[in-house]
Design a protein around this ligand. Structure first.
Ligand SMILES: [Zn+2]
Length: 442
């Protein structure tokens, strides 16, 4: 186990450094084993695949020697999983083992519907920790790095797995549950943490509290923030705001409760993420027609997990829109690279005067204006908007009227539509520890 996690100084080659032929061979072997050896004991997948005409899973496993055959299998949506859990509460039927074999429960945040419960077996959990070890290596984490995890340890999977993955890889790990933001900053400073894992939203919140508390983050010990949980970790305006407030490198990361940690920015090429193709097979499809897009075009990411064997998913709709970078990455890795990271979600596009924009693009423009402590966009009821309504909270000492005019001008210059921007008093807008909810409907 120690060598599989790549402990510091271990002389070995890492799976994420394989060439495409070797990656493809590994994916084929893992998918065939999942389909041939595991899914027969999993009622959800057995029923689903037989309903699509794949009754003989051993025969299907043989056919998957050609990975193109994967595209013949049915696509799975979050709704399918939620409906399954409703029909067989509380965990549904996507279980490859008897219930007694599972030791971990997590659930989705519920920002897009009812939370989905997700169980893991010990062996699937170890695979997740190995995925984290890959993520840390690709991100450029070094053996002496110390990790701070400034968040509450609820049923959100990302931080549990990131914490245990970092500890298993030999790093000192600081838990920040049940603490105020000021106490977390103190924890970071007292223990000279060098890497912080949190959402982009909370990285900015900590910087705001640091300014109030007189903590100089730029002169502090943190050299890297690994951010996840929201599109935006690859959006220049948001990255730059975090990087300059902390004087540190921002590394974007992507994962989902039902999939695990599956993508990360490498230390060589900012503004994109490599997919951990040792752990999954990624497809990019048109979100309406569900057919493959031309390489390099924008589409929705579909994921097949290869080593989450206790509760696997095949061809799962993530709702996240991506573009595959056709150019080889400067880091030399053959892993697929998503240009610009997660570009947005297929279900959160906003239409203003006929322009389709992602909330993350609007956030990037607002964050690009110096002096905005927090903001909120009021979307009204469903449907297209004539103008964008924005509330902004200026940092201390900043004139609200001037800042409102600057934000409105930046929005017009970028998107070519108008915005009504109103300044509100300090500390009146909500703050967030996990995902920000700044785009609200009445
Ligand atoms: Zn790279």
């Amino acid at each position: 186990m120690a060598s599989a996690l790549g402990l510091p100084g271990t002389p070995m080659s890492f799976p994420e450094d394989s060439d495409r032929t070797a990656l493809r061979a590994l994916q084929t072997e893992r998918l065939r084993s999942l389909v041939g050896d595991v899914l027969g004991g999993n009622a959800f997948w057995r029923d689903r695949l037989s309903g699509a005409g794949f009754v003989d899973l051993a025969a299907l496993s043989d056919r998957l020697e050609d990975l193109e055959v994967l595209a013949e299998l049915p696509i799975c949506s979050k709704e399918d999983l939620v409906n399954d859990q409703d029909a067989a509460p509380p965990y549904g039927s996507n279980l490859s083992e008897p219930l007694s074999a599972y030791t971990r429960l997590h659930q989705t945040s519920g920002t897009t519907g009812r939370p989905l419960r997700w169980l893991d077996t010990p062996s699937a959990w170890l695979n997740l920790l190995e995925a984290w070890a890959q993520i840390y290596r690709i991100a450029g984490v070094i053996p002496s790095d110390r990790f701070a995890f400034p968040f509450s340890f609820g049923p959100f999977i990302g931080f549990w797995a990131a914490f245990e993955g970092a500890a298993a890889a030999g790093h000192l790990c600081l838990p920040g549950g049940g603490m105020s933001s000021a106490a977390r900053l103190q924890l970071i400073e007292d223990n000279q943490a060098t890497v912080v894992c949190c959402t982009p939203t909370y990285a900015l919140r900590l910087a705001e509290v640091a300014a109030v508390e007189g903590v100089d983050l730029v002169a502090g010990s943190v050299r890297m923030l690994i951010v996840a949980g929201e599109p935006g970790g690859s959006v220049p305006g948001i990255r730059d705001a975090i990087a300059s407030a902390w004087g540190a490198r921002v590394i974007d990361h992507w994962g989902m409760t039902e999939l695990g940690p599956l993508a990360v920015e490498c230390d060589t090429a900012p503004g994109g993420m490599h997919v951990l193709e040792t752990e999954c097979i990624a497809e990019v499809v048109d979100s309406e027609r569900l057919t493959p897009v031309v390489a390099g075009e924008q589409g929705e990411l579909l994921i097949t997990t290869l080593r989450r064997s206790g509760s696997p998913v095949l061809r799962y709709r993530t709702g996240d829109l991506v573009e595959v970078d056709p150019e080889p990455c400067g880091c030399g890795r053959a892993l697929l690279r998503l240009r610009g990271g997660i570009l947005g979600r297929s279900d959160d596009m906003i239409t203003v005067r006929g322009n389709n924009v992602f909330p993350s693009s609007i956030e990037a423009v607002i964050r690009g204006v110096e002096g905005v402590a927090e903001f909120r966009v009021l979307l009204g009821s469903e449907g297209p908007l004539d103008r964008l309504r924005v509330e902004i909270e200026p940092v201390a000492g900043m004139a609200g009227d001037l800042l409102s005019d600057t934000v409105a001008a930046a929005i017009r210059a970028t998107f070519n539509f108008g915005a009504d921007v109103e300044a509100v008093a300090a500390e009146t807008l909500p703050r967030f520890e996990l995902k920000g909810r700044r785009f609200v409907r009445d």
